[in-house]
Design a protein around this ligand. Structure first.
Ligand code: FPP
Length: 250
């Protein structure tokens, strides 16, 4: 099958990489007197729409926090339900996403997933590897501290001398290696924290918080976040004038 890839428009002030903490599925369900899993199901139905909207707007990388290393501590029925939902989503959607030109990528510890989930995730990445409309990173069994710890262990195992361990070496050993750091992080549901999401990679990211629960997050909410981002002046730790890319020679 030939994927229908498209080249992203050269939009100024559109973040290259948007990362989303898809929060509030449980509360969305509770407000409607529904079981939590139906909230997660409603949330999963938003995913394709938001990927489409990101492609239309020229976002090149989208990261979605689907399941954290901490989420294993949720009640057994919820963990099983979420894994079933995600596995089912891959079965149902991977060909559609492939046709849309989506390159699927995984962040996190793949070895901590069930054998069948590992197989599905690897197959989805293999199938979509060449696609260029957008790269969608699914953070699944992902935790920022866990990822940093794994990177440090891998560096120690490689025998790299301590004086050669620098920020680049750590970045290169994270599961996010090779993907640009997020420009914009969006969290839904009104919570204002990162919750162990990309804690190394978000050092200079812009943050946007919305009251919308994830199942209610639409392309209009995405546009609010993108408009807010477009107004921001990013300094990357430099002074006001030095952060002007022309003056800073970046
Ligand atoms: C947080 O809501 C959400 C999650 C732990 C799961 C997110 C997963 C999906 C949207 C499912 C599918 C994802 C993909 C990529 C196919 P919460 O349960 O913490 O909500 P609450 O804070 O209101 O309880």
């Amino acid at each position: 099958m030939t994927p229908q890839n498209s080249t992203p428009p050269d939009n100024k002030n559109v973040p290259t990489h948007v990362a989303i903490i898809m929060d509030g599925n449980g509360r969305w369900a509770k407000e409607r007197g529904l079981p939590r899993l139906l909230g997660h199901r409603a949330g999963s139905l938003q995913v394709r729409k938001i990927i489409e909207a990101c492609i239309e707007r020229g976002v090149q990388y989208l990261t979605l926090y689907a399941f954290s290393t901490e989420n294993w501590s949720r009640p057994r029925y919820e963990v099983r339900g979420l894994m079933y939902l995600i596995s089912n989503y891959i079965d149902r959607e991977v060909l559609n996403l492939h046709r849309m030109g989506v390159c699927l990528h995984h962040f996190g510890d793949i070895n901590g997933l069930s054998r069948s989930m590992q197989k599905k995730v690897r197959a989805a990445m293999d199938l979509t590897r060449q696609n260029i409309s957008i790269t969608v990173n699914v953070a699944l069994n992902y935790g920022g501290r866990h990822d940093i710890l794994s990177a440090i262990r891998a560096i120690l195992a490689s025998g790299l001398p301590a004086e050669q361990v620098d920020e680049r070496a750590i970045s290169n050993h994270l599961s996010t290696s090779g993907i640009p750091e997020p420009d914009l992080v969006i969290r839904t549901s009104g919570e204002k924290r990162l919750s162990n999401f990309l804690i190394w990679e978000t050092a200079y990211s812009e943050l946007f918080f919305t009251q919308a629960m994830w199942p209610d997050f639409t392309s209009a909410t995405l546009d609010e976040a993108l408009e807010s981002y477009a107004q921001r002046k990013r300094r990357f730790g430099l002074s006001d004038s030095a952060s002007d890319p022309a003056r800073a020679g970046l």
